[in-house]
Design a protein around this ligand. Sequence first.
Ligand code: ADP
Ligand code: ADP
Ligand code: MG
Length: 664
Amino acid sequence: MFKKILIANRGEIACRVMETAKRLGIKTVAVYSDADAGSKHVAMADEAYRIGPAPVAESYLKIDKIIEICQKSGAEAVHPGYGFLSENPNFVDALDRAGITFIGPSANSIRAMGLKDAAKALMEKAGVPVVPGYHRETQDAGFLKIQAGKIGYPVLIKARAGGGGKGMRRVDHPDEFMSALSSAQREGEASFGDGRVLIEKYVAKPRHIEIQVFGDKHGNAVHLFERDCSLQRRHQKVIEEAPAPGMPEDMRKAMGEAAVKAAQAIDYAGAGTIEFIVDVSEGLRADRFYFMEMNTRLQVEHPVTEMITGEDLVEWQLLVASGKPLPKMQDEITFSGHAFEARLYAEDAPKGFLPAIGTLTHLNLPETLARVDSGVRPGDEISPYYDPMIAKVIVHGQTREAALGKLLASLEATEVAGCVTNAGFLAALCRHEGFAAGDVDTGLIDRDLQSLISEPDMPEDALALAALTALGLTHPAKSDDPFDTLAGWRIWSASRQFALLEIGGERRDVEVQVLGEKRFSVHVGEQPATYSLIAIEGPKITFEREGGRTSAVVVQTGSELTVFLNGHAFTATLPDIMTADDDGCEAGDQIIAPMPGLVKVLSAKAGEAVKKDQPLVILEAMKMEHTLKAPRDGIIAEVMANAGEQVLDGTVLLALETENETAS
Ligand code: ADP
Ligand code: ADP
Ligand code: MG
């Protein structure tokens, strides 16, 4: 076994790998960019080295630099995590040349599965069922359209080098084929430097079911059952589970065998995932699953497999990479119970899942209820440079129902302030009837999106606590000055005060009267209600209203108040009536970056006339592209940013001439 390994990654997966390494007595070496100098994975490692500035191309993707640090630190092997260099065969070759072990498959195995079209052709030859479609060389547009016609609409055009749900277009009608083709080609070219595509039959009522496989360097290969990842948004996984609900035993066996056959066809050593798409229009049937692609790395959702099998997949990776045989053979691998994983992200679901950033001023992850894999601590920052994942919340139960109940409870106990998250959306998914019944398919989220992202109105109790906090009435004053401790409480007369709050864009004036020590009358409903504060421990407030006792957590971040109550998070802002909009200029005359990101395309020049809603800027933030459009007809007065530039949120990118100037 290795004595020291380097982890060429960051965030939760770097921490996850280090947990196992530490347990096995292996020393760990972390690498970090400038943005991550103070992060959790750096603190966890035995040694840590800077690799460069924040952008990934200058840090986590720097092959030479990583090899240099291996040599300097004496690390014998590199764990790539997922993303970054994990599926880059050139990295594996470079490590080989330097005599450093890659904790993963051979460069040849990665190459064989790197392009979706070639991988499918290879799998077809190996006798693994593949999604019907066209996956050959010829790329002439007219020819491709004929192929699509032969396959039969709807079809899915995929960039062959694609990943992370990018470069895919569904086409329902031949008239839409050409434009969908060029946009898939463009996205493939822009994101992966490869505009070639394959075309697949769009599977009716699709479920994404994948098989965890493992091979060693002695020719053994096994599978560790399936994961169902059908809960997706924009072809990206949201909640994963194992085993797949309703999976018949004959189908499980057939899929497991097909996956092992796929791994053997490329002499696979290490952890890998064979992704299948399943047509469930007639239920789960052993003849309705098709190979989509293989991910030649540890998958984000590997913990659900660990929870049902009791195996540590990172330990298996380390054993296999160090030349040991697989720790278990097929007939020794079993599973029990049911597991879920939810991906907690810094993103604003109601605002189109806009990635968010911020400082985690308050972070309470449900560690007593669930396994939480996270790369951040309270006070850490979600930066614009990387995937905005905060944590993976992972649960196990004896039954699917029990596990889902635990997942919901865990999400309801999750408290994050300083940064908006998708926790409410994930909890709403756990309450979804179809999901609870195991009736999942990849279209579920889209069909019910509105109800899944709608947030409940702020309840009266949350509003009352926000008002009391805004007025400084909840927390004891810091000094010994008796006048301070009386904060607004005057024995000789019940004082009346107003808290001005902004909730969902609307201003609320909440009247509060002090009735006695820690007793208040707060006018939040039809009638004023009496609130008594029973206990205050840190941000947690226990209060009584009409005899009912409840606890809530109230956190203030700048001018923002977050109230966690009954499993929901509610936010109110304290409007600063003294300062006007600091934009200085009317928003209608400018295009402003709504979030920090990379300016990918900036298609306008000064002096150019533009039409309302004309796309002018494409901003890439984390994994998504956002198109910023002209707010009105007009003429571009000034271009203040350049393509390729990283900008902060609030940066003015373009200005239009004011209406008067345009008219004259
Ligand atoms: P999984 O199937 O394990 O969820 P994904 O392909 O969705 O894998 O992503 C795995 C990791 O790789 C994630 O951290 C994701 O951010 C990164 N990743 C994958 N594809 C892309 C891409 N096209 N652009 C940026 N990051 C990507
Ligand atoms: P990526 O490399 O981006 O992960 P995949 O080929 O694995 O791309 O596809 C991602 C997702 O797109 C799948 O999980 C599935 O939801 C959907 N998908 C892919 N192929 C098909 C298909 N032929 N029919 C229906 N849905 C599909
Ligand atoms: Mg995939």
